[in-house]
Design a binder for this molecule. Structure first.
Ligand code: SF4
Ligand code: SF4
Ligand code: SF4
Length: 328
């Protein structure tokens, strides 16, 4: 076989492989938010990947923590017709007096049949698989508004780095179309994955929860060591990033933690120096009801921050030369 023929065969194989990947590989999302103005510059489309290695007690999107699809149930919408019970091929559903529909999640295969027949939309499936091509089609619908506003696409979660290979593929496809790319991450991932994602996006939105390792473990389920180490490496490598801090009363909104956070951030070699303070609210409570899980199961102290705490937090960060504001 001539060299030319061999090169041609290799070329065809590469194209065929990439074509197949684009139509069969899927990313599991639990939400798509359009016209988002809080997830990076301009007006953006934000894609929420499902699955997170953290389990923050205050999480506003607990349906994003599990990396699997999950059935959600809203009792006030349920009329008790039991259609879902009859249609379930796994006998995973029961209609009870005390709780309405109860799902045995060990039996549920997330086939979606009950969702399709529920007349009142009391049942929903959290998690939709998108092929790369389908996801790009969703993103490209927003091109006019992204272009006119200086916006782009933001991958958020959950934790997008859990879907590292899919994220790389999507970021590269967006890059080829000149779409601005941001990734909202906890940085709780091996450095090589962080680095590859950072190389392929234009902005990282990095969540910083608590400087105290013990409290970080208590409230978020994991140590903060890897996160802080990765954050320093991101800064030292010169990748652009903004910091996002959930402001939670009785958890991290005290002077000591905020001063430690501000000192740490001010010590980093960092151009943007932007810190968004995101006040906690208890929207997660309602979502736990839909998941039939318990919000704050160990009753850890936690509350929305007071106005004084918000003002004080802003002053602490700006006092260290950072640009801080409430909201993102
Ligand atoms: S890192 Fe974000 S998505 Fe993950 S559990 Fe915490 S708040 Fe929820
Ligand atoms: S999703 Fe399928 S398996 Fe799960 S409860 Fe509904 S019908 Fe049953
Ligand atoms: S089909 Fe819907 S409305 Fe009827 S019992 Fe099931 S969840 Fe309730």
């Amino acid at each position: 076989m001539t060299k030319d023929k061999l090169a041609r065969i290799n070329e065809i194989s590469r194209h065929s492989f990439s074509f197949i990947i684009n139509i069969i590989a899927t990313v599991l999302l639990f939400d798509i938010k359009r016209y988002s103005i809080n997830d990076g510059p301009g007006i953006r489309i934000t894609l929420f990947t499902k699955g997170c290695p953290l389990s923050c007690v205050w999480c506003h999107n607990p349906e994003g923590i599990s990396a699997k699809k999950e059935l959600l149930y809203t009792r006030r919408k349920c009329i008790g017709c039991a259609t879902c019970v009859r249609v379930c091929p796994e006998q995973a559903l029961r209609l009870t007096k005390a709780e309405g529909i109860v799902c045995d999640r060990a039996k549920c295969t997330t086939c979606n049949k009950c969702v399709e027949v529920c007349p009142t939309l009391a049942l929903e499936m959290s998690g939709t698989d998108y092929t790369y091509d389908q996801l790009m089609a969703e993103i490209e619908k927003e091109t006019p508004i992204m272009d006119s506003s200086g916006g782009g696409v933001t991958f958020c979660g959950g934790e997008p780095l859990l879907h590292h290979a899919d994220m790389l593929a999507m970021l590269r496809r967006c890059s080829a179309l000149g779409i601005h790319r941001a990734v909202d991450t906890t940085l709780y991932a091996p450095w090589d994955k962080v680095e590859q994602i950072a190389d392929n996006c234009e902005l990282l939105l990095i969540d910083l929860k608590h400087m105290d390792n013990r409290k970080h473990q208590l409230y978020c389920g994991v140590s903060n060591s890897l996160i802080l180490a990765n954050l320093r490496r991101v800064a030292e490598a010169g990748y652009p990033f903004w910091i996002r801090i959930p402001l939670v009363g009785d958890v991290n909104a005290d002077d000591e933690n905020l001063t430690r956070s501000a000192d740490f951030l001010a010590s980093l070699p960092w151009q943007e120096k932007r810190v968004d303070l995101l006040p906690y609210h208890d929207i997660g409570n309602m979502k736990h009801e839909k998941l039939a899980t318990t919000y704050n199961p160990h009753n850890l102290p936690m509350r929305p921050p007071t106005e004084e705490e918000k003002t004080r937090a802003t002053e602490i960060f700006t006092g260290k030369g950072l640009t801080a504001g409430i909201g993102g």
